[in-house]
Design a protein around this ligand. Structure first.
Ligand SMILES: *Cc1c(COP(=O)(O)O)cnc(C)c1O
Length: 292
């Protein structure tokens, strides 16, 4: 990439998207210890939460299928009831045996409240509860395994952030000379506090200028960037997370934020199953489609 050469920046991509065909990237890391814990506790069912295009829903469905655990997805949007066959993510989750429980947006907001969770366990029995996005202590522990000793040469570790669990794991695993940059894909400041509850050091920052208007919001420059990146490198990026992070990294490089000889490691957290669903949306909006 000419821009990187011109600015003297070394940018590497850690391909977590290729570690599993269905449970891509960070969602595999986040589930690893939770699956072990569920089994240890003798649970037969995983219950979790997500939106209609959630990578975590897709990953949980597959992991349950693979491990012989039943899965229940509490899905945001009661209007999807009966209409989810049009949705590639939910279709795939259903194929892997996930049972859906559609709730209104206002009920969905209660997803961390004890009374709401109690109602769910009354309905569905003795389940292993995974929060939205799969983020809890065990998930953060799993994500800390993304970094290995070989990654010690980098100055910056970059990752997209949704619930912040992945970034928290990276922060805990980073070396004392490294800074972790999280690129939130949602608007708002809630993430800082959320991440703080999981981490043991302050060598990290959130870069908040590249959410593109919020979760799953995209525009033409972002889509053009993702398609260009794929044509130049052969590496697909997803439009919700990794595309926004890399757009942000390139923009920061362009602005001269990193001094020459900076070594950057960006984590490709996966999420490629979301491209199909996004193309449905782009088609409706008459925007260019993502190359697959
Ligand atoms: C879920 C997801 C993230 C965000 O992970 P969090 O731990 O929720 O911050 C980043 N990238 C991809 C591809 C994801 O699916």
């Amino acid at each position: 990439m000419p821009l990187l050469r011109e600015k003297g920046i070394d940018l590497y991509l850690k391909r977590e998207d290729t570690i599993h065909p269905y449970i891509s990237g960070n969602k595999y890391r986040k589930l690893k210890y939770n699956l072990r814990e569920a089994k240890k506790l003798g649970k037969h069912t995983l219950l979790t939460f997500g939106g209609a295009y959630s990578n975590h829903i897709a990953a949980t469905a597959y992991a349950g299928h693979e491990q012989g655990l039943k899965t229940i997805g509490v899905i945001r949007g009661e209007e999807l009831e009966g209409k989810w066959h049009d949705n590639p993510t939910l279709n795939l989750a259903h194929e892997h045996g996930m049972q859906f429980h559609f709730v209104s947006r206002s009920d969905y907001r209660l997803k961390n409240e004890a009374a709401f969770l109690e109602r769910l366990t009354d309905t569905f029995g003795d389940v292993y509860l995974l929060p939205e996005g799969g983020t809890n202590d065990l998930a953060v522990k799993g994500c800390s395994e993304i970094l290995t000793e070989e990654d010690a040469t980098f100055d910056y570790i970059c990752s997209a952030a949704g619930t912040g669990g992945t970034v928290a794991g990276l922060i805990n695993a980073a070396q004392s000379h490294q800074t972790v940059l999280g690129f939130p894909v949602l608007k708002g400041d809630f993430l800082i506090e959320e991440i703080r509850t999981f981490v043991h050091n302050d060598r990290w920052k959130l870069v908040t200028e590249y959410h593109f208007g919020g979760y799953a919001k995209v525009d033409r420059p972002l889509i053009d960037f993702i398609n260009l990146f794929k044509s130049k490198t052969g590496i697909p990026l997803d439009p919700i997370y990794t595309g926004k992070m890399l757009f942000g990294i390139f923009d920061l490089v362009k602005k001269g934020v990193f001094p020459p000889e900076t070594q950057i490691l960006a984590i490709h957290t996966g999420g490629l199953q979301g491209i199909k669903g996004m193309n449905h949306i782009l088609k409706k909006k008459n925007l260019p489609l993502l190359d697959v």
